[in-house]
Design a protein around this ligand. Sequence first.
Ligand code: ADP
Length: 519
Amino acid sequence: MAKVDIAMPKDSLNFPKADILVIDDTPENLNLLSAMLTEQGYKVRSVTKGSTGLRGANAVPPDLILLDVNMPEMNGYEVCQHLKASDRTREIPVIFISALGDVLDKVKAFTVGGVDYITKPFQLEEVLARIENHLTIWKLQRQLQAQNERLQQEISERAKAEEKFAKVFRSSPNPIAIATVSEARFIDVNPSFLKMSGYCLEEVIGDTARELNLGKNTVAIAQPIQLLPETGSLYNLEFEFSTKSGELKTILVSLELIDLGGVPCALLIANDITERKRLENEFISLVSHELRTPLTSTMGALDLLSSGQLGTLNEQGQKVLSIATTNTERLIRLVNDILDLERMKSGKIFTRKAKCNAADLLITATEAMQAMADKLQVRLIINPVAVELWADPDRLLQTLTNLLSNAIKFSEPGDTVWISATLSESRGVESKENQPSSSNFLLITIQDEGRGIPEDKLQIIFERFQQVDASDSRNKGGTGLGLAICRDIIQQHDGKIWVQSILGKGSTFYLLLPLADSQ
Ligand code: ADP
């Protein structure tokens, strides 16, 4: 048989050639259709009886059925009715075949579920075109159906998730708020949030943390919200929260980016740690006070021993004494740092501010650290600026020596540490935190070539007892409190402190302080 060359639409050829069942009682028709369709790449099954066709369709449902109208026993309409009555075969497109001269009841053909009809003798091009069309339609229908099912499933899953979220939101003991990322405006808060804040829902919705005066530093919460698309989720940011009645609370806030009907929003989950903090501080300061007196007397005893007034120790004894002295010194440092921090937090330490020269401070701090730098073979380079600061010189010296001491102890022998000062237009300085807008600032940088600090630790090392490596306090003699003290001191000077670092390359700590004439 000659190959029939038919131009078929490209789309309809995309799927693997279909499985077609031909039911016709005339063997010539069957052979002709079968040969023609096989030639075109279709898989063809042919049967001469309606009942056999039904069994075949049921066993392995084909993609399309060509069905003769006039057949003995069971005619085409009846076969079609059976096909449409079964779930397994209902969707299969049926094209009726009728011989010229046969009476084809077209209305009936469509009523019983046929999608089309072709008449004998066959116009091969027409037959193929109709088959292709219906296969394409069927394929699209199946795709649509599958898509619909997927969508329905997604909708129901989403509805379930939303219901769950709504339940958690309403009943959570944690204060939760949702705010827009663009302006950090509250669009919903849960009952726990209302309870903690003392506000009612109407007062909160539509306002920002600043408009509600939810704390001294509302930028500290607005900024992370607005930067959320860049930073991704943030966890446990400590924030001083002010209630409607002015009561101050310490809360930890975690932020998640969520999408509410196409609007990027921040989900804020808070944890009120005020009471925990108070108890923690009370406990720490109590223990520290209790430890200080026996520690001072132990140190005195050790000093007496090492002075030799009580007799000479052998080499082993000297070694043990030196270990005891180092550890006692560390403990005293820790206790003093804790008490310092506690007094600063509770406002018991007053900064005594006066005009002081920045260059003098830098030089004094460097001289104080020179011995440590020499011991660890680290070079100190100073680059001061002679400007007047309005500051408490003792507290600033404490900050500078602490930062220099860190820079030196986290450096390798042969490395250099630079301490420099420049006058700064604050806006030109790169910092993640918000900075005062005036331009009369001194920017002090302490830069080292040491081991650096991992990016995820850059913020938290300013918190109490936070160290990059748990072994730092043992190996480097620190307490994990130095930077927390530095931050408090700098905040009391209306300045800012932050750090930039590249792991393995070094760190730079920045101090931004207002000049005396800007006060
Ligand atoms: P510590 O007494 O442990 O030095 P700090 O609060 O001063 O406490 O510093 C906290 C931690 O920050 C340090 O233990 C160290 O892990 C890290 N750190 C501080 N400064 C530097 C630095 N210049 N280079 C590398 N890591 C540093």
